[in-house]
Design a binder for this molecule. Structure first.
Ligand SMILES: Nc1nc2c(ncn2[C@@H]2O[C@H](COP(=O)(O)OP(=O)(O)OP(=O)(O)O)[C@@H](O)[C@H]2O)c(=O)[nH]1
Ligand SMILES: [Mg+2]
Length: 314
């Protein structure tokens, strides 16, 4: 499961309260210490695109609170800062203030929620006119933000197409990913990610069917993922009865969801080429050349064809 959009609540730690106390000896005066400052909450970009998944089961994440002040003028310990890692390319929006941040590069870090300032203990409030202050400050609350995190980019290459066209099989052959593969439709329920040799990321988008933009099959959730891919690898199976029709069905879904998807760069992959003899293959390739897109035939059982594709991608 790849989460690419999620609402979260993040918070800085609360400042610790100041202490009210007095020394044991008669007239030894106030000795309540200050609280500790609350910890700050930072976000840092990292290269793992699945990092937003960590927030799915959590209501609120916060940095550590500062401790309260103690007797003998001892300050409470400062709360620890927390650094949360999110994928690079994450857009962060505060849904109340509408402030916005973009973490574009790995290791880029922002301070998102400041910890609350500590409260002063009663020792700090002593004065010649008030030698026995019986009050102390409360620590400030840590800064709390309601946020919406969106991953703007998922992969360099997205394998798309009708169900069962061999998308996941290709991902498995080209990368170290281990997607589920089976001879029925909708084997893949959410995109898997893999890395090809040059560090580029490739993903298998779950199969699209006619009406996907209206919610049929796995619906628009994955059309949304396609928006976040740079180049489309449109898989059409060699055993298709009508390759052009298969192509058009998927293109129609893309266009009905968002016209801009049709302007994305695209290469057609004629998959499972081992199922046809060479004259049948030629015929299929000729049909598909009507699309004016680059068409590459391949099979997971034909190693050189996979190497050739890798070269094109790199
Ligand atoms: N003969 C042959 N079969 C293949 C090839 N590639 C994949 N298959 C088979 O085709 C079936 C579907 O493969 P998947 O990789 O699961 O297809 P998919 O497009 O990811 O399917 P969905 O996730 O359901 O959309 C499996 O039984 C594969 O073993 C190929 O190059 N040649
Ligand atoms: Mg699949």
């Amino acid at each position: 499961m790849l989460i690419d959009e999620i609402a979260v609540v993040f918070k800085g730690g609360d400042g610790g309260n100041g202490k009210v106390s007095f020394g044991k000896m008669l007239r030894s005066g106030p000795d309540g210490g200050n609280g500790g400052d609350g910890g700050d909450l930072y976000l840092e970009a990292a290269s793992d695109l699945t990092l937003l998944n960590q927030f799915s089961a959590k209501d609120e994440i916060q940095a550590q609170n500062g401790e309260s002040g103690r007797k003998n003028k001892m300050s409470g310990v400062k709360g620890s800062d927390i650094v949360l890692f999110v994928p690079f390319g994450t857009n962060i929006k505060d849904v109340e203030t509408l402030e916005e941040w973009n973490l574009e590069k790995v290791h880029e870090r922002i301070l998102l929620c400041k910890g609350g300032v500590r409260g002063k203990g009663n020792w700090e409030f002593r004065s010649p006119t008030n030698t026995t202050p019986r009050y102390a400050e409360s620590g400030e609350r840590g800064q709390k933000r309601n946020l919406f995190l969106t991953l703007k980019f998922i992969a360099d290459f997205g394998l798309i197409g009708l169900p069962n066209t061999g998308k996941s099989s290709l991902l498995k052959e080209l990368t170290n990913a281990k997607p589920k593969i089976a001879s029925y439709a909708f084997t893949t329920l959410s995109p898997n990610l893999g890395v090809i040799e040059n560090g580029k990321i490739i993903t298998d988008i779950p199969g699209l069917i006619e009406g996907a933009h209206l919610g049929k099959g796995l619906g628009i959730r994955f059309l949304k993922h396609i928006e976040k891919v740079r180049l489309l690898l449109h898989c059409i199976s060699s055993d298709s009865k009508d390759a052009i029709k298969d192509y058009q069905v998927v293109r129609n879904e893309l266009g009905s969801y968002n016209k801009l998807l049709l302007t994305k760069r695209e290469i057609i992959l004629l998959t499972k080429s081992d199922l046809l003899d060479s004259s049948e293959l030629k015929k299929k390739l000729k049909e598909l050349s009507k699309t004016t897109k680059t068409v590459i035939k391949l099979s997971i059982y034909d190693h050189p064809s996979l190497e050739a594709l890798k070269k094109v991608l790199i």
